[in-house]
Ligand binder design. Structure first.
Ligand code: PMP
Length: 311
């Protein structure tokens, strides 16, 4: 079995449980929930096997707490308790390759019945092994994206900056449309008509050697990976970055484009609406960024070791 169903153990409400025993009622209001997507990578060579480091643990926990505040939920554990729980569950499952960590919080049915007045939440931390896409074959695979006919949900409709499950109904619609039409994934325009993000990752374009990405106000999730890239591209690689609204035509006219995120890492995009980017695939800047990111994730860039928390 893949995903967290394949993990023998998970952490639930303060205890280690066998995943098969981590059961809740079918009546639980999951749709009010929030979650995080975090990854742990192997020290040294991320394609190998060995001791793991969590990438940007604190930034993810901070976002989890912000999502909780916005969605009227609580996080009834300290950062240290959540970290210890995560470490314990990765070790118990015996994972020594790239691992995905998905803390999730949702109100118990009773809390919702009382309109959120009861502080009673489920906090579950599932983990599972997830191979990196930065491995040669996965990285160089061609990927055709389309502009979705579904707009990215408006920031005054749902909390786009938070990682709320409800937002992913929007991603699900766009993802299914793309699959039905034979594309690999979709890119949303926001409610104003500017480029927003992909269904589960942020978007970065390259034009004349500069990396350009939409602002948080373009209804994107406030991505931890995007934030890291905005810092290390200019500082470590001397690649200029610009955060600005991107029109559909500007996207088409890009030299390169890639999606970035915890799951997506650096995902090169071949074309959007079958308009191809550049002559080379993956583009040279996308390739350079991915190679450096692999070094950062493996702890091989001294300056960026502060982003890694040992399991
Ligand atoms: N946008 C969406 C909709 C996402 O689901 C994700 C993945 N969490 C991202 C962007 C990238 O965010 P991050 O870099 O924090 O994983």
């Amino acid at each position: 079995m893949s995903g967290f169903h394949g993990a023998k153990y998970c952490w639930m409400n303060g205890e280690v449980k066998e995943t098969k025993d981590a059961l809740v009622s079918a009546m639980e209001p999951f749709h009010y929930g929030i979650f995080e997507g975090i990854r742990a990578y192997v020290e040294g060579d991320i394609l190998g096997e060995g001791d793991l480091n969590i990438f940007r643990w604190q930034a993810h926990v901070d976002r989890l707490r912000r999502s909780a505040v916005v969605c009227g939920l609580g996080v009834p554990y300290t950062d240290e308790e959540l970290l210890e729980a995560t470490r314990e569950i990765i070790k118990l499952n015996g994972y020594r390759k790239t691992t995905y960590i998905m803390p999730r919080i949702w109100p118990k049915a009773e809390a919702v019945r009382r309109r959120g007045l009861a502080d009673d939440w489920h906090v579950v931390i599932p983990v599972w092994e997830m191979p990196t896409r930065l491995e040669e074959e996965a990285f160089t695979r061609e990927r055709r994206y389309m502009i979705s006919s579904w707009r990215r949900l408006a920031p005054d409709a749902l909390p786009t900056q938070a990682k709320a499950w409800a937002n992913y109904a929007n991603s699900g619609l766009a993802g299914r449309e793309a699959a039905r039409l034979g594309f690999d994934d979709a890119i949303f325009l926001d409610s104003r008509g500017f480029v927003s993000e992909a269904t589960g990752a942020c978007l970065m374009t390259v034009r004349n050697g500069k990396v350009i990405t939409p602002p948080v106000t373009a209804s994107i999730l406030e991505s931890v990976t995007r934030d890291a890239f905005l810092e290390f591209l200019p500082e470590d690689l001397g690649i200029p970055v610009e955060v600005k609204d991107i029109t559909r035509v500007e996207l088409y006219a890009s030299d390169e484009a890639f999606a970035c995120g915890t799951g997506g890492e650096v995902t090169p995009i071949t074309s959007v609406d079958d308009i191809r980017f550049g002559d080379e695939y993956p583009g040279p800047i996308t390739d350079e960024i991915a190679k450096h990111f692999m070094k950062v994730l493996g702890g091989n860039v001294e300056k960026r070791r502060g982003w890694l928390t040992p399991v």
